[in-house]
Structures are given as C-alpha cells and as structure tokens.
Design a protein around this ligand. Structure first.
Ligand SMILES: C[S@@+](CC[C@H](N)C(=O)[O-])C[C@H]1O[C@@H](n2cnc3c(N)ncnc32)[C@H](O)[C@@H]1O
Length: 479
C-alpha cells in the first residue's frame, strides 16, 4: 500500500492530467486509473498532520495541490518534503499539470523500493462532500516544519535612523516606514490599565531601531529599559540615535535562552517580533518565566488573518502566526498562572503590505478604512484588524477568547474570521474580493477548489462564492 501514490482528481481534469501523470509514473505499467466516482468524501482521505515545531497547533489535511506551498513561507522543513512522505492521499484541485507530474515523479521515486516501482493510482471524482476532521487519527503522518532561523527582517537600519533624525520628532509618524513606527501609543492604555506599580525593568524584545523602547524609557524614567534584538546593525543604529540615561540596547536572539534572571522583568514588550521565534510554546514558556510575579507581557503583532483577505488560498492549510499566538501563548500563559486578553487593533493598519499588484485596490480601500477607524482603539478581534495585541499577566482576567476560541481548530477559526468579512464595509469586501481574484488567478483555482474550500469553511462559503464566482465564469477549466 505504501508503494502506491493515490491521486484524487476531478474527473473533468483527467484527460489533461493523465498523460503527465503517466509519464511521471514511468509509463502505463506504473499507473492505474480507476472509474470516476460520483462523490469524494474528504473525511475518508489519508491525511497529513501539519505541525509547526514546538507548537500545539496543527492542521489535518491530505496533500492538496496546489494549496500547500511551504516554499513561499518563512519556513524550513524538518526532514523529507511533505510530498515525499508515504501513506497520504493527494487531492488535486487544479494547478499546472507539469508541475504536478514533477512532484508525482519525485514521490513515486521516493516510494519505490529496490526492484519494486511504485504505482500511481489515479482516482477521479465528480464532486466533493464531507469535512476534514481535525483531531489526529491513528496512522496520520506528521509533517513537522519549523520557522526559519534566518532573520528575514533586515531593514536598512542606518537609513531608517537617518530618515527619522532628518525629521522633527512630531513628524516621525509621517515617515511611514515599517520598522520606524513608534507603537507606544498603542501600548500605553494597556500599560495604564494593567501595570500594578511603576515598573523597574522593561524589556523591548526585537526592538529594531528602538523607537518604542525610547518612548517607554521616557514614560517610565525610573525604570531601566532594555532594547534587545538579534540584528547587530539595528542595535548599533539604536545606540547611536536614542540616548537616555535609563535606556540601553543589546544583542539577543529570542530563539535561544535570554541572559536574564527568572522574575527579572516587570514589563516585556514585543512589537512584530515574536513570530520569529522558531518554537512558539518554548519561547512563551521561557519569557513568562522571566516575568516578575505581577509582570506583564505585551505582544503586538500583525494579524495574519487580515492577510487571509488577500492571501487566502495559499495560507489556507497552514496555521498563521495569529493562530499560533492565540492558542500557544494563551495555553502557555495559563500554565504559568497568567491570564490572557486579546485585542484587535484597526490602527497601525498599513497598506504597504498590500500594495503589490494586484492588491492595490485592496490597499487603498484598507487605507481609507484605517483612516476612518484610526481612533477607535482596541476592540474585539475581527478579520479587519491589522494587528493583534495579546496581553498576559497575573492581573489580566482569565477570560475566554471568544473570537478565536481555542477549543476550535485552525480551520474552524479561519472560517469564523473569514465569515466575519461579510460584516465589513461593502467597499472593503469588494476590494478583498478583487484581491482574492488576483491571487486565485495565480493559483489556477477552479470549481472543485471552490467546492473544497466551501466544504472546509462552510460559514465563509457565500463570501467565497462571491469572491471566486466571477473567476469561474470568466475562466473555465484550463487544466
Ligand atoms: C518587524 S521588525 C520590528 C522592529 C521593532 N520592534 C519595530 O516595531 O519597529 C522585527 C525585528 O525582529 C528582529 N528579530 C528577528 N529575529 C529575531 C530573533 N531571533 N531574536 C531577536 N530579534 C529578532 C529583527 O531584527 C527586527 O528588528
């Protein structure tokens, strides 16, 4: 059985794909094509469990071509590539048949044993039914990947520093360059609310240029503020630009234990940096142990679910940073005896993440939305939030996190959040749909792909149909 690669494919795509797959299998002897079946039940498929190393989050799915594209993400694989693992079904929903056949050829080679070539069994289907249960099942293959250890965020720190110092301070916000925005205003109300006493030690982890650390040092002149980052250039720039008696900067890599005593930190702040930890649960455990008994940890980050509005089909089967944060960090906080509060923030919403063609239309609609909501402050978590702020501390109430409840799995949460897009202003919805269409075109999505997503994300199905329907009409089967 393990020497067989089973490829489920829409019957309508068979004629085009079969010659490519036959070539991949090494000739007609190595390929078996079944009769088309009316319905493919998703819940009967042999699945992979995609799990990020050191996280409790996982997604259970077959290998879905072309939706699983680990290569485009900031990940590195642990062992064999996902498509080379035995004992999993492949579900083909469109995409480039030549690329598919290359993957199939590699897989067939990997599955062959000495003298016994693998068989490629092609199983056509007409429609899809059922869901994908997310609980692990006996026999599931685990595919563990990890965040890359590489620091992908290498801004030109010296240039950023020069830009800021060329402007009067009250115009720094105008610079609008990622990595120069001071997020103190976002953090301040939370600090006011939850810090029980003036802090003695504050750490800004992944501080970059150090602008937020600088504001913390000004607001708390009696505290020692330490900005830490793994980029030597960032630290050098920070040291040259921001000089205050209670502020210092140093090198530290959050993927390794920090050189700080347990309980030493009263307030640990991190802005758009904790996603770089390779082991989320491990990092959370370590950082919580560094907090003083009434200490606070504030994790402000881009909400990747908002990216799903335009990056949706590619990210579908992998947990996003937000999901990792919400489930792993809240879980680790609970274990450390700390409560967790989750906010969504419309401010800080930056169109720069969306300006690449074909998303300009989405970027300008987002900008307009952000301008209108700039002063709304924090609210419940929704797919229109550009950022999430997770606040952990002993004085933070241990409330449930209703918007992204932990007992739900990754796909259910995504469904809930995308379903929420139906409540967004019409122009933003339209822009998101246009962006989806652009992305979907890149991925060659077809009717079956829409059926698959609708089966996976039933609450979002109307929105998906609205988003992808026009594409389906305009561009019938190309594969
Ligand atoms: C998006 S920037 C944010 C910088 C700053 N907090 C801000 O808001 O402008 C991410 C920062 O994380 C740092 N970083 C990346 N990997 C890291 C690691 N493993 N340990 C510590 N810092 C890291 C980068 O050097 C970069 O300064």
């Amino acid at each position: 059985m393990d020497q067989e690669l089973v490829i489920h494919i829409p019957a309508a795509r068979l004629d085009r794909a079969l010659p490519h797959l036959a070539a991949a299998a090494g000739g007609p002897a190595g390929i078996v094509c079944e009769q088309a079946r009316e319905t493919l039940r998703l819940d009967g498929l042999r699945c992979l469990v995609y799990a990020m190393r050191g996280s409790g989050e996982h997604v259970r799915a077959p290998l879905v071509y072309p939706f699983v594209r680990l290569d485009d993400f900031n990940f590195q694989e642990g062992g064999r590539a996902a498509h080379l693992l035995p004992g999993i079904d492949w579900l083909v929903l469109g995409g480039d048949p030549e690329k598919l056949s290359r993957l199939a050829l590699e897989a067939a080679r990997a599955l062959s044993t000495a003298g016994r070539p693998a068989t490629v069994r092609v199983a056509p289907f007409v429609s899809i039914a059922g869901g994908l249960p997310q609980e692990r099942e006996p026999g599931d293959t685990v595919f563990e990947f990890r965040k890359s250890a590489e620091n992908f965020n290498q801004a030109d720190w010296l240039q950023n520093a020069a830009l800021l110092t060329s402007l009067p301070e009250d115009r720094w916000a105008d610079a609008g360059v990622a990595n120069t925005v001071d997020q103190f205003e976002v953090l301040a109300p939370v600090l006011e609310r939850y810090l029980p006493r003036p802090p003695r030690v504050i750490v800004d982890l992944g501080c970059g240029l150090g602008q937020t650390a600088r504001s913390l040092a000004r607001r708390y002149p009696d505290a020692r503020v330490l900005g830490l980052d793994s980029s030597a250039e960032a630290i050098k720039a920070a040291q040259s630009v921001f000089r205050l008696p209670n502020l210092s900067f140093g090198l530290a890599d959050l993927s390794r234990p920090l050189d700080l005593a347990p309980g030493a930190i009263d307030c640990l702040v991190s802005v758009n940096a904790l996603p770089y930890a390779q082991d989320q649960l491990g990092a959370a455990r370590e950082l919580f142990s560094l907090l003083s008994p009434d200490g606070l940890l504030l994790n402000l980050c881009r909400a990747e679910e908002s990216h799903q509005l335009y990056d949706f089909p590619r990210g579908l089967l992998l947990p996003t940073n937000t999901q990792l944060f919400v489930s792993d960090w809240a879980r680790a906080a609970g274990r450390a005896g700390l409560g967790t509060k989750l906010w969504g923030a419309p401010m800080g919403l930056s169109s720069s993440f969306y300006t690449a063609k074909p998303f300009e239309v989405f970027a300008s609609a987002l900008d307009a939305y952000a301008r209108a909501h700039r002063h709304d402050g924090f609210g419940g978590y929704a797919c229109s939030c550009s950022h999430v702020l997770l606040v952990h501390g002993a004085r933070v109430p241990r409330t449930a996190l209703p918007a992204v409840a932990r007992q739900d799995n990754h796909l259910l949460r995504l469904d809930l959040i995308l379903g929420g897009a139906a409540r967004l202003p019409k122009e933003l919805q339209r822009a998101a749909i246009a962006a989806w269409l652009g992305n979907a075109r890149g991925l060659d999505l077809y009717n079956e792909a829409l059926d698959f997503m609708a089966a996976l994300l039933p609450r979002s199905a109307p929105l998906l149909r609205a988003a992808l329907g026009p594409l389906l009409e305009a561009q019938p089967a190309a594969m």
